[in-house]
Ligand binder design. Structure first.
Ligand code: PLP
Length: 456
């Protein structure tokens, strides 16, 4: 079977996600036959470094032997059982370990099977908590501009990326939107911390006016990934935690993309606190997915507090239970993959290893900082983004219809790298098993690709 054969079959029957299918005339999907470590290999033996971790999910490489073994063992024991009225060891052990690993106060794990569902659970649980405690007047949510929380209708509603949301607006509940602390928007000479702190005034004002009718504030801690990899300072999380508590509003931390070591700590919320000695903040809900199973199987979990759990704990006839469910909730194979993932973090001391890899990522793109068509090179831990612009001084973007990011993508493919951009933002978000040499190669490929993209 050649690549062309596979593509021909694919295009007869498959409708791809996040894709204008007409684009496939010019850019057919790349059929992947196997994966190993950072590598993806097509049907003709071409290999690509998976520099975006297959949409940010893969953290310990493809076909990781330790994770494979754990899933195989689980497969021969129990593939699935429903989690209502039944239980199984992987779900229990994973919940125990997540309670230990996540910020203090998160003592309960509610499983679902994808990130959007974890967000839906948090939104419904927050609303339902307030209803169960006599606050049915709380029906709204506050989000940040440029945020992304998934694409089911509830999750889409609390996001703010027009590309995904605008068409469906008539179907969606209306959040209150505070300005994102995104530091790309800071004035020259202003630090990340000063900028994020100043922008918090907008959130404070919304809370002051609407807290009485608001269930929760939902944010992506430190990094708005789908919103073009925009980043902000942890001081914002510290201020937000304090303000949510003061105003009687829940805080939902959507760590679906940033959890599991992406930002330099196991969870991004850990970085809030004074410089050099952060002790982190505890949200009321933490949504986890993506890296949870190291990119193996769909699984998500919404972590929450004892206080919230207790507001649902009642006699059945009072009808205050949280009845949300998905068929594959807490699937044992997926939980086994997640347990193996947590084992890998410990065995490899991965959070510390990532500090060194992050430095290699910074070094690999250092020359790009001064490029006349690079508006900014920014980094948070294992995520590095390069913003291509028409004019560096004014940060004027290219016309989006020119789709220059795609030129970088196409060039990278010819050089053995999968660098799928977000518009004109080229980013590295690699599996943690990447080597310094491979990172250096990505830096080289990105620089060449950007040169081509801006000179056409
Ligand atoms: C990917 C993502 C989601 C949605 O997860 P899915 O599994 O794709 O539904 C939600 N929030 C954030 C921050 C994400 O990056």
């Amino acid at each position: 079977m050649s690549n062309a054969d596979m593509v021909a079959r694919d295009l007869q029957v498959v409708w791809h996600p996040c894709t204008q299918m007409k684009d496939t005339e010019r850019m057919p999907p790349i059929p992947i036959k196997r994966g190993e470590g950072v590598w993806l290999e097509d049907f003709e033996g071409n290999r690509y470094i998976d520099a975006v971790s297959s949409w940010w999910v893969n953290i310990f490489g493809h076909a990781n032997p330790a994770i494979n073994d754990r899933i195989k063992t689980q497969l021969d024991t129990l593939e699935h059982v429903m989690l209502a009225g039944f239980s199984h060891e992987p779900a229990v052990e994973l919940a125990e370990r997540l309670v230990k690993a996540t910020p203090a106060g998160l003592t309960r794990a509610f499983y679902a099977d994808n990130g959007s569902a974890a967000v839906e659970v948090a939104l419904k649980m927050s609303f339902h908590y307030w209803r169960n405690t006599g606050h049915g007047e709380k029906t709204r949510f506050i989000n940040l501009s440029n945020s992304y929380h998934g694409e089911t209708l509830g999750a889409l509603a609390v996001g703010d990326v027009d590309l995904y949301k605008k068409t469906y607006e008539p179907l969606l509940l209306k959040p209150l939107t505070a300005r994102s602390p995104d530091c790309y928007e800071r004035e020259p000479g202003v630090s990340w911390e000063e900028h994020s702190r100043a922008v918090f005034a907008d959130m404070e004002a919304l809370l002051a006016e609407y807290a009485h009718e608001t269930c929760a504030v939902i944010v992506e801690p430190l990094l708005q990934c789908a919103g073009h990899m925009r980043m902000y300072h942890p001081v914002y999380l510290e201020l937000l935690r304090e303000a949510c508590t003061r105003h009687g509003v829940h805080l939902i931390a959507d760590e679906i993309a940033v959890g599991f070591g992406r930002t330099g700590t196991l969870f991004a919320c850990e970085q809030a606190g004074p410089e050099g000695q952060p002790n982190g903040i505890s949200p009321d809900f933490m949504c986890l997915s993506k890296g949870l199973t190291a990119g193996y199987l769909p699984l998500s979990v919404t972590m929450t507090t004892e206080d919230i759990y207790q507001a649902f704990y009642d006699d059945y006839a009072n009808l205050s239970a949280f009845l949300h469910s998905h068929s594959y909730t807490g699937n044992p194979l997926a939980c086994a993959a997640a347990l193996a993932t947590l084992d890998e973090f410990e065995r490899l001391d991965q959070v510390n290893v990532n500090r060194r890899l992050a430095q290699h990522m910074a070094d690999a793109v250092a020359p790009l900082k001064d490029h006349p068509n690079v508006g900014e090179v920014r980094q948070t831990g294992m995520v590095l983004a390069i913003e291509m612009v028409r004019d560096k001084a004014t940060k004027t973007p290219f016309d989006w219809r020119e789709r220059r990011g795609i030129e970088v993508y196409r060039h990278a493919l010819t050089q053995g790298a999968l660098l799928r951009p977000l518009g004109d933002v080229i980013y590295f978000m690699p599996p943690y098993v990447i080597t310094p040499e491979q990172i250096a190669h990505l830096g080289q490929v990105a620089a060449e690709g950007i040169e081509r993209a801006v000179s056409t």
